[in-house]
Ligand binder design. Sequence first.
Ligand code: CAA
Length: 263
Amino acid sequence: MEFITYEQEGFVGIITINRPKALNALNSQVLEELAATFKAVDLETTRCLVLTGAGEKSFVAGADIGEMSTLTKAEGEAFGKKGNDVFRMIETFPIPVIAAINGFALGGGCEISMSCDIRICSDNAVFGQPEVGLGITPGFGGTQRLARLVGEGMAKQMIYTARNIKADEAYRIGLVNAVYTLEELLPAAKKMAAGIAANAPIAVRNCKKAINDGMQVDMDQAIVIEEKLFGDCFETEDQKAGMGNFLEKDKEKKLKVVPFQNK
Ligand code: CAA
């Protein structure tokens, strides 16, 4: 891998997009390496992922403008699909992915963060969909996910005006869950990931699937999806151990992490 690094800390995997000379912009190679990195994650030993960018200035400054500049209509569509396929893989990845946004998250950078389950950022982060200023539409899911996350009116404003927003505004409109200093960001992301990894992994995965799948259908269908995934948990040792610990009324045991299954 030239542009992606992967580190494992306990049950947490940290994926870093590492192309600092182009502010971690996403060219085809970065997208391919990202896909290969996600495919290689060992789901037996990994329960949560953190996605971040190398350096102190940029998370991801967008899709690579140099690469896009000469594309034909068909090539443009294919490039959009390439990004969309990777981002959809992230969105539907069985375990949670936390985006730790350490600077610019523009265009494809904002879009990749929105394919993650949770977004937290540093106070120097800048978000935006500048595509219409370049003569294109957001092409890696921005026209779809931004409206779902912050509402149609705010998404349309951001996309039509191509105006960037700072971390505090991203927090105010619900695009990110929390803002940290740059030094605090990665430790906070790892701490959150470790907290998630300490919970029953099958239950966490089922929660992700229930929320993701349920958001795509009406409430009547959504609650059936929930019921099925809720029911599945009762076949796990985690459910028996977790509830057993509670019923023993032993405070120490109640809080103790049970030897969770990960399949
Ligand atoms: N693609 C390719 N290269 C990029 C890039 C991008 N998206 N963003 C930055 N770079 C490169 C610059 O060309 C520059 O390279 P050189 O040193 O070789 O000239 C290097 O990164 C550093 O960038 P700057 O000198 O511009 O740094 P700056 O601090 O002055 O500005 C910035 C930072 C405001 C982020 C500016 O680089 C910028 O505006 N970048 C483009 C952001 C953008 O428009 N992103 C959306 C792309 S379109 C998209 O993503 C479509 C989609 O939905 C799929």
